[in-house]
Structures are given as C-alpha cells and as structure tokens.
Ligand binder design. Sequence first.
Ligand SMILES: Cc1ncc(COP(=O)(O)O)c(C=O)c1O
Length: 363
Amino acid sequence: MGENPAMPSEQEFEEARAQFPVLDRTAYLNAGSMGPLARTTGEAMRAEVDRDVLDGRSGTRYIERMLELRAELRRRLGALVSAEPEQVALTGSTTDGCNIVLAALDLGPDDEVVTTTDEHFGLIGPAHASGARVVVVPPDADRIGEAVTARTRLVAVSQVLWTTGQLLPVRELRERTGLPILVDGAQSVGAVPVSAEGLDFLTISGQKWLAGPDSTGALVVADPERLRVARPSYFSRREHDPDGSFAPWPGARRFEHCWLATGSLTGLLAALDTRPSWAFERAAEMAERFRARLGDEGVDVIVPEQRATLVSWRVRDEAPADVVARLAAAEVVVRDLPGTDLARASVGWWTSDQDLDRLVDGL
Ligand SMILES: Cc1ncc(COP(=O)(O)O)c(C=O)c1O
C-alpha cells in the first residue's frame, strides 16, 4: 500500500483504523447503513450529554455555543463537497433533505419527477408524497434522459445506487436535461469525492460514510433564495409576525427544520476529524480488491462500469438474509437488500485485508 504516494504506510493505516474500537473484533462492513463510530466521536458525544446533565440546557452561553457549533458544521460539510456554508442546511438525514426539497416544489398530478428503479425509499417516498407523477426508469443516463418530457419538473436520483454501488453521472444528467436535479448523496458523500457544483440539491447522511452520530446530515442547495421554505422551524426565521409570516435567514439555514443535540453536532465534527487525507483513494482501492477477490472465489459479484465503495453480489441457492445471519455469527457484518437476491458489503477507508479474508471465509 506504501507504493502509491496517495496511500498510507501500513503503520499510518493501522493507527487510523485503531480509532474505531468495533474493528478490533468485527469485520464491520456496513457503513452504507451506519458507519463505525470512532472512540473520539463517542467521547465528544458523551461530553455534551455530561455537560447538559451538569449545567442544564439553557442560557445565552448555551444557545450561542449551540449556534456556533451549527455554523461550524455547515462550514465543514460545505468544504467537504465544495459548497459555500451559506448553501448548507443541517438536517437529520438524507430523507429529511429529500422531503424539504420535494415539499417545497409545490408539485401536482400534472408534474413529473423522473427517478430510477434503484432508489431508496428515503428518496422515492418523498417523491411520491409530493403529489407529482413519479416516472421510474432503469438507472442508465440514456434512459433517464429519454424519460424527460415537457411535464418533468425534477430529476431525482442517487449518485451511488444503494443496491449495486453504481455511480450515476449526475452532473452530466443535469446538463443534458436542463432540469433541476435532486441528488441523493447518502452513499456517495464521504465514500467517493463529491462536488455539489452544478447540482441544484444534494443530500448528505452523517451516520454512514462520514462515521458520524445517528440523525445527522445536511442538504446543500445551490440557490437557497429560490426554494420555498415549506417546513419552517424556529431555525428558519430571522423574525416573524403574530400570524406566523416570517423573514427567513439568508442562505440555506432557512431550511433547517429541527433541533440537533449538541452531542450530535460535536460528534459529527469529531467524526470529520478522524478522516485521513487518503480516505477516498484507499476506500476505492479496497473496494476493487473486494470485487476482484470475490470474483476469484466464484462469487457472482456485481461490477458496474462506474462504481463506488458498495460491493454487492448475487446469492445463489440460499436466502441472502441467511448468508447475512451466518456471516454475523462469525462477526462479519454485511447486509441483504430486501426484495432482491443481493447481499452487500460496504468497504471504507478503514477496511483491512483481514476483513476481506474473514468475509471470504464466512461465505
Ligand atoms: C441511497 C440512499 N438514500 C437514502 C437513504 C436513507 O438515508 P437517511 O437515513 O440518511 O435518510 C439510504 C440509506 O440506506 C440510502 O442508501
């Protein structure tokens, strides 16, 4: 691993990996659901709970600190995806981000949202609830482009499909269709390099590839002033009148719809600090190693042309859930994908060759 200058030495890798106690015992390959938590992330969260218990949760200093933590997190998440802090709204999840956008577009039955067969409910649920007709096509740039009509108001797709790890060319889709695009970044942000530039809306999940606490995330909005605030909270308004009409804060913070525990804010900031400079390169290389090795072992591994760090394979002769359970008994954590014959391993920058050996042995 030391030969490529972007890659860590063995010692650097081991030190970085050692931040995650769960990896001592477990081949934890499920960041696509929930990433591993670093020791420092847990400590940052616990310290806030202790502070709340001992000092209470009120007063000017408490509020000002909480607001400063939110501002810092907007800056850090924005920097991660080449967005300005003013374009970042903190949310609790990717699903929240999708709901915020789709509720604000005021769509009806004459409008269409184009999406793919391989989307998570966190995207298609909000698309359906928007009232628009949801047009579902295979995850292929040509098929998506061909599905666009004069009624299409939004293209809504994942940058990385949660089923197969396939990467979709989201910026190209935006250019090709000329339509606003909502990009579900749940399986891309933190796993592969992502830039929000040229994308109208991009969601971030904090708990997956960023290895942050539960119920953290963000929505990046290219032009916040052009999207209606459909779900206002106290965080949205700079001032308001007795009838509830309000002047929103400038920028995307107007879309922030929930209180986030200070422990979640400091926990995600701490999690961002655990990321080494070589995170993307190493994760990509390990994912390729997983695919190659599983293929060599005769596993029917899925190898999309453009791919990220999710590695899925077809399970033959038994239920994928049984394979997952057998692996779990051997402390190898992967998941099945309900409604498919697929099982899936999430390969992170922290994943080792021993994790791969253990997966192969368990299969
Ligand atoms: C592609 C995709 N979108 C959305 C979600 C839901 O993410 P969240 O829990 O952050 O809403 C997931 C979770 O697995 C996912 O894989």
